[in-house]
Design a protein around this ligand. Structure first.
Ligand code: SF4
Ligand code: SF4
Length: 343
């Protein structure tokens, strides 16, 4: 059922929802951006509809709500441990269609990869209801249409933000009572049909081509360009890698807490194993690994979609202006060169 509500009415709905739900959405943090006098848009709890930054794409993705950049997993004392507490409320998260697709990738890895279920992710994930933010224009780094992530269904509600009013499509019956007595409306969300940039992901026909592609000179360009900061993966909607650290409180090494922190395959040392062995020694090696993971390996393993959802955040965040779209296009050219299909 569709509804039209004013911002004042939306605030009252939010107030009522807040008794049961934590409401998370992109929010603007003034002056907190990377450069002087720039803002940061990232996920945070909101109380009012006006708090939601819908005019611009968030710098950081929705994954931050369920898997924050750093979190305490459990606390230990001698031979006992206590799990950290999760919120007792349900979670209502506002996100765009590409972010919804990205959440499905996150779920697959955290809840099924290697036959293992991450309980810290699961206990948050099972509380989630999604409010899809209509997205019809995108930005100059988006390529969701190419990746097939411009449309999403299965949301609890969808919303269109207007200047003086909001339109909601409420699908989840648990949310319907909050909209009782609001003006009914036939609203259904629209979707973007064409981005400013597009991408055709090249097929890698066989293992021989893949092996040759791995040693293609195109990757070496990144040795002089990528600074291995990992910003692209931290901002990536679909990256899930993390590392764990034990924080010891005092001289007794048996008392402390285990934290998990986002990790990046782009940072030197990520692949180092016990004994000091590592596999990817240069920025180019690491770039190759990331790009093939997003645009080949993941799909080859799970047999359905590529991992990248085309949100473009890695392009926005890279201090060296490295574009994943340009990189994949270069990779396509390299494959043509290897297979002798260059035009
Ligand atoms: S690789 Fe880049 S465009 Fe693709 S999902 Fe990650 S941040 Fe978005
Ligand atoms: S591609 Fe850009 S953001 Fe990613 S590690 Fe390299 S320099 Fe940093």
């Amino acid at each position: 059922m569709g509804y039209k509500v004013s911002y004042e009415q939306a605030d009252k709905i939010f107030e009522k929802l807040s008794e049961t739900y934590e409401i998370w959405a992109p929010k603007r943090f003034k002056g907190k951006g990377r450069y002087s006098q720039t803002d940061l848009i990232r996920y945070d709890r909101v109380c009012r509809a006006e708090d939601i930054e819908y005019r611009e794409k968030s710098d950081m993705p929705a994954k931050e709500v369920l898997s924050p950049i750093t979190q305490s997993l459990f606390y230990f004392t001698e031979d006992e441990y206590i799990e950290s507490k999760a919120t007792s409320k349900k979670l209502l998260i506002f996100m765009r269609p590409c972010d919804i697709h990205a959440q499905h990738h996150q779920e697959r890895i955290y809840l099924g990869n290697g036959g293992f279920e991450d309980l810290y992710y699961k206990r948050m994930n099972e509380k989630v209801k999604i409010v899809m933010m209509e997205c019809t224009e995108g930005w100059d780094t988006c390529f969701c249409v190419s990746m097939g992530t411009n449309k999403a269904d299965g949301y609890a509600a969808a919303v269109r933000f207007g200047d003086g009013e909001l339109l909601f499509d409420v699908e989840d019956q648990d949310l319907a009572p909050y909209f009782e007595k609001m003006e009914e409306n036939g609203f259904k969300p629209d979707y973007i049909e064409e981005n400013e940039i597009s991408l055709t992901v090249p097929e890698i026909p066989d293992k021989d081509v893949l092996t040759k592609l791995k040693s293609h000179p195109m990757w070496q360009e990144y040795n002089g360009r990528c600074i291995s900061c990992g910003a692209c993966t931290v901002a990536c909607s679909t990256c899930t890698c993390f590392t764990t650290t034990d924080i010891i409180y005092n001289e007794n090494s048996n008392v402390g807490e285990r934290k998990r922190t986002t990790a990046s395959c782009q940072v030197e040392g990520f692949d180092q194993m016990a004994g000091g062995m590592a596999f990817r020694h240069t920025a180019g090696d690491r770039m190759r690994y990331k790009v093939l993971h997003k645009f080949h390996d993941y799909k080859a393993r799970f047999k359905d979609y590529h991992m990248c959802v085309g949100c473009g955040r890695c392009i926005d965040r890279c201090p060296e202006f490295i574009s994943i779209v340009a990189t994949v296009n270069k990779m396509a050219k390299a494959i043509d060169e290897i297979t002798g299909t260059e035009s």
